[in-house]
Design a protein around this ligand. Structure first.
Ligand code: FES
Ligand SMILES: [Fe+2]
Length: 372
């Protein structure tokens, strides 16, 4: 069980997130680096949220199963015979052994490797060999119906799989609505996957990766090799849990330089951990960010084309390279932001631009509220 925000604060760190003057401050350093604070997020923030945890293409066929860790809890995603993706607590109901330890196709049954209890793809217990003695699967008082896998609320929007551990985050369709309204014109059933970049574990707190996407302020500085779009063309997006930034380019009617960042774009996050990037005319990027420790985040980016046309091999290679390089630029900044939290002055949280980082402040307020 996590300690409270107040207990963390009583160890000498501030527990207020009030602004000291007309300018907004950022979250105090401990919100990024303190393991107790991360545990608070694991206990209070992530379980009460719709967390994006995988791509639907990770488990394309019936019987495909993928283990994921959500807020430190083992979950397994399974595609069933009718094509739906379900999620379960990834433990056997016999003695709570972790059931699936790597992505695989399990066929028609999820079979525990310890004593061979087996569950169908909808989680029903189908076999408990010799549990009541030789050839007796059903001793008195033991009903298969009571020992199915425990479902975890799960939903798929587009190509993206979300789970809500506590089941109290409301309908997924409501959650994604503010993001959905900003990708109008894109047929999510007709996305063409170009490829997935697996960045492994980035040495930074998950919030820095989100905040980096939410503000446009850094773009002309950090990405000057891939864009010459002036800062003044950018703006922030704030709509509840959909926070981000955008740039509209209309140079003599042109849509910018394809194959670079010099195009009209939407950089949109959905609190807490999902990100969509829309790049006109025909590209979408979808990120799965999985916090694994206070200073480590697993990140993937899937690249899609939205015009219904498969990318050629050359085009795919170029896009993968472009986005790999752009993200390495961002990761370096996020890792250095994390390193900067060790300075004593960082406990005050720095200061946020009233023009370009109001969206960052909104994100941080959602974090602060979630852990209260
Ligand atoms: S722990 Fe799974 S069958 Fe025993
Ligand atoms: Fe960036």
């Amino acid at each position: 069980m996590s300690v409270s925000l107040h207990e963390i604060a009583s160890k000498g760190q501030i527990d207020t997130f009030e602004n000291p003057g007309p300018l907004a401050r950022g979250l105090p350093a401990f919100a990024y680096t303190n393991d107790d604070f991360f545990q608070l997020e694991q206990d209070k923030l992530f379980p009460n949220s719709w967390m994006c945890v995988a791509y639907a293409h990770d488990i394309p066929k019936a019987g495909d199963a993928k283990p994921v860790e959500v807020a430190g809890r083992p979950v397994v995603l399974v595609r069933n015979e009718t094509g739906e993706i379900g999620a379960f607590q990834n433990v056997c109901r016999h003695r709570c052994m972790k059931l699936v330890d790597e992505p695989k196709n399990v066929g028609r049954l999820l079979k525990c490797p310890y004593h061979a209890w087996s569950y169908d793809l909808k989680g029903q217990l189908r076999a408990a060999p010799h549990f009541g003695g030789i050839d007796n699967q059903k001793p008195d008082g033991f009903n298969f119906e009571d020992y199915g896998l425990v479902p975890v609320p799960c939903g798929t929007w587009g190509h993206w799989v979300f789970v809500n551990l506590n089941g109290n985050a409301g309908p997924l369709s409501d959650h994604v609505a503010p993001l959905e309204s900003r990708i109008e014109g894109i047929d999510l059933d007709d996305l063409k996957l170009v490829g997935v970049l697996d960045f492994g574990e980035v040495d930074t707190n998950w919030k820095f990766l989100m905040e980096n996407f939410i503000e446009p302020y850094h773009v002309p500085v950090v990405h000057k090799g891939t864009t010459d779009q002036p800062l003044q063309d950018h703006y922030v997006v704030m709509d509840g849990k959909c926070l981000g930034s955008a740039v509209d380019i209309d140079r003599d009617g042109a849509e910018g330089r394809a194959g670079t960042l010099n195009v009209s774009s939407r950089y949109l996050t959905l609190f807490p951990n999902f990100i969509l990037g829309r790049y006109f005319p025909d590209q979408l990027g979808a990120y799965v960010n999985l916090p694994t420790a206070s200073g480590k985040t697993r990140q993937y980016r899937a690249i899609y084309k939205t015009d219904g046309v498969e990318a050629s091999e050359k085009e795919a290679d170029e896009l993968m390279k472009l986005w790999w390089d752009v993200h390495k630029e961002d990761h370096e900044m996020c890792e250095r932001m994390h390193q900067g939290r060790a300075a004593t002055i960082a406990s005050e949280g720095g200061v946020l631009s009233p023009q370009w980082e109001t969206s960052v402040r909104s994100f941080q307020e959602l974090v602060f509220q979630a852990v209260q």
